[in-house]
Design a protein around this ligand. Structure first.
Ligand code: F6R
Length: 341
């Protein structure tokens, strides 16, 4: 229900433009112009569809926001902002979104790492030939260490696992110690029995970016999609190299690094000229297609952004906020990062 107790709704990521929905809407309009929202079961989900009247009322404004409580009346309220005017003619509500996002608060970084590793381990145990989407950065290092430890104890077998990484600097070779390939090899791959032929990182040495990006999308498709995507969170809400923008990028693409990122990275290179200026990254659409998403967040410096991501408006200005619209997200954050909750 909204704050006045009138309506309730939630947003579906893929928008459902299907005939089914148009049929439901026209019936809704024929039957009762005054209905504001209509509950329906679609693909086994409870959804609500806004009637034309409410759509018209709000479609004038580019940005709209509401406080929501889920269909199941589980305690849940947040503000959702639509970032597109006009585009979907309907706002479709998935009542289950609210109860599917699981948020684990870990005592500290070690507990966070164990928890995240146990989620990845259970994915591998349940589907030994699964496709893992992997991330670099400092946050997942403890998670990878824990997985290595369990592998060494004989509890995990990665021999059939396939992997795809989120991103890679453009222009760096695999053996460059700043490349994400190098990071993955040294922090995980070389310590476990994953078949290196089944690991995938965008090829930073490919100068034809369109070709490399579509190749990478094809790789993910040919593997049957990502079963579990691990994500870290940037201070500005970025995931992969998807920086704040006016719109969500759909597929794997080449990004220009911001001057501040280049500056921040220069300490790792002999000179600023050697710092890569571009990177290849999965798009938000690529990430959102993963069946399950695991977001790991650590440290008080991420507390505000984590709150914005989970409770703020869904907007490309905070790229990770789009995760509110994914139907199977697990967030594992330590107490410091959860300080605003
Ligand atoms: C890494 C990546 C980045 C990081 C993010 C957080 O592959 O895609 O989005 O996840 O910058 O980095 P850390 O964990 O170092 O804070």
């Amino acid at each position: 229900y909204d704050t006045d107790g009138n309506i309730f709704y939630d947003l579906g990521y893929d928008g459902l433009y299907s005939d089914d929905v148009s049929r439901i809407l026209s019936r809704l309009e024929e039957e009762n112009q005054d209905v504001w929202a209509y509950a329906h079961t679609y693909r086994n989900r409870d959804i609500l569809i806004l009637g034309r009247r409410i759509y018209e009322q709000y479609s004038q404004s580019r940005v709209i926001g509401y406080t929501l409580i889920s269909i199941d009346e589980k305690i849940f309220s947040k503000t959702v902002t639509l970032w597109k005017s006009g585009a979907p003619q309907l706002l479709i509500m998935y009542g289950k979104v609210a109860i599917i996002m699981k948020i684990y608060k870990a005592k500290d970084y070690d507990e966070l790492s164990r928890k995240a590793a146990s989620i990845i381990a259970s994915q591998v145990l349940m589907k030994p030939d699964c496709v893992l989407g992997l991330a670099t950065g400092s946050t997942p290092i403890g998670t990878y260490k824990q997985l290595i430890e369990w592998y060494n104890k004989g509890d995990l077998d990665f021999s059939s696992v396939k992997s795809v990484n989120l991103d890679e600097y453009r222009g760096l070779t695999r053996d460059n110690d700043q490349s994400y390939y190098y990071f993955m090899y040294n922090n995980l791959f070389k310590h476990i029995n994953i078949n290196m032929d089944c690991t995938n990182v965008p090829d930073g040495t490919q100068s034809d970016s369109d070709k490399e990006c579509s190749r990478y999308e094809d790789v993910i498709k040919s593997l049957g999609g990502i079963d579990l995507q691990l994500l870290g969170l940037g201070h500005n809400g970025h995931i992969g190299f998807n920086e704040p923008d006016e719109e969500f990028a759909k597929t794997t693409h080449c990004v220009d690094l911001t001057q501040s990122t280049i500056e921040a990275n220069k300490r790792f290179f002999a000179s600023i000229d050697e710092v890569p200026k571009q990177a290849y990254t999965m798009g938000i659409g690529t990430i959102m297609k993963a069946k399950k998403i695991l977001l790991v967040v650590s440290g008080s410096d991420k507390a505000q952004i984590l709150h914005d991501v989970l409770c703020g408006p869904v907007t490309p200005h905070v790229p990770a906020s789009v995760l509110q619209l994914h139907n199977d997200v697990i967030v594992v954050a330590d107490e410091a990062a959860m300080a605003k909750f």
